[in-house]
Write a protein that binds this ligand. Structure first.
Ligand SMILES: C[S@@+](CC[C@H](N)C(=O)[O-])C[C@H]1O[C@@H](n2cnc3c(N)ncnc32)[C@H](O)[C@@H]1O
Length: 325
């Protein structure tokens, strides 16, 4: 039997970086790559928003897709989810409306639709998400993975975070997505340091979780955030700032050279100044994958454990990392 090929999607422009992370990875189109099966238990690729083993490649008609999806429906009584998505590239995004129509058409033609639920509602981690990637007008890839092995429960990994009005929007979406990816975050009373905090989107979300925040930035915070009595705004340089005592969480979103930020975070690790770390790392134009690897090694040398890195949906030329001490 031929080995299974996997299909992957990334942010457009990062498909080469994604392919380079994967076994025999190759670029198929903007935002789309293919590879051999990943090693069992391997961390998901940093630049992979979503990935699945290709069970079928079909013409994107309702009939062909309904047949390919039906073949992947799990035996009764398991529930399953169905997602039809397009890669996040200019060309493929034009097919978004078609993908929505196909969801309706394919669902109406599925035998087991009483067991179909939203991916966020799958209770059993073994229940599958059946995925269809509508690559272009003529090609769709179909596959399925248990929910627990799927990189993201959002179609194509596009985790669209809604943030209430009043919060600085993109920055708040970034941290909301980061905490959703990690699966936990600061709790009531936790002390957080937020390096590069202005105008205050991350701090705003941490306050909503009832944490206390030491916000370090020479720039101004949004006035309502600065006024919050749980915020201490220090107009310091993050590279010389030292906490008076260890804190629970270190957050960092500075626009600065990745390796200098990594060395600062490693220093926090070495000195046990924080237990948990969430940081955004801005990527250089070239050698992005090499930088990702070097950042990870630097953090591990600083004593940070379980270092995980992902380019999340709200990340542009950047990645998000999480680690524990
Ligand atoms: C992308 S913004 C941060 C956005 C913020 N996370 C939010 O949610 O609103 C980057 C910030 O890093 C700050 N910054 C850059 N270098 C810094 C340094 N050495 N020390 C402290 N802040 C720094 C900038 O002043 C800027 O406000």
């Amino acid at each position: 039997m031929a080995p299974t090929t996997w299909l992957w999607t990334s942010r457009a422009g990062f498909e080469r970086d994604l392919a380079d992370e994967l076994p025999r990875g190759r670029v198929l189109a903007p935002a789309l790559a293919a590879s051999d099966a990943p090693r069992p238990g391997a961390e998901p690729p940093t630049f992979g928003r979503q990935g699945f083993p290709i069970a079928a490649e079909v013409k994107p008609t309702v009939e062909a897709l309904a047949a390919a999806v039906t073949a992947l429906v799990p035996p009764t009584p398991a529930a399953f989810a169905l997602q039809i998505w397009v890669p996040d590239s200019d060309a493929a995004n034009r097919l978004s409306a078609r993908a929505t129509e196909l969801v309706e058409g394919v669902t109406a033609n599925l035998g087991a639709r009483e067991r179909l639920v939203g991916a966020h509602e799958l209770a059993d981690p073994d229940d599958p998400i059946v995925q269809v990637c509508l690559a272009d007008d003529a090609r769709a890839y179909v596959g399925a993975l248990p929910r627990s092995r799927t990189i993201s429960t959002w179609p194509g990994g596009r985790a669209r975070m809604k943030v209430p009005s009043g919060a600085p929007s993109r920055a708040t979406s970034k941290i909301a997505e980061a905490l959703s990816w990690i699966g936990y975050g600061p709790e009531s009373g936790d002390v957080c340091v937020d390096l590069g905090a202005a105008p205050g989107g991350w701090t705003w979300l941490l306050l909503r979780r009832k944490a206390r925040v030491i916000a370090v930035d020479r720039a101004n915070l949004q006035p309502d955030i600065a006024r919050d009595r749980k915020v201490m705004h220090l107009r310091d340089n993050a590279f010389t700032f030292r906490p008076d005592e260890p804190v629970d969480w270190l957050f960092c979103d500075m626009v600065w050279k990745p390796m200098e930020v990594a060395r600062l975070l490693a220093e926090w690790g070495k000195r046990h100044w924080a237990r948990y770390l969430v940081s955004n790392i801005k990527l250089p134009m070239k050698k992005r994958l090499a930088t990702v690897g070097e950042v990870k090694r630097t953090l591990m040398l600083g004593g940070w454990r379980d270092v995980r890195m992902r380019q999340l949906y709200h990340d542009r030329d950047e990645i998000t990392l999480h680690a524990r001490r």
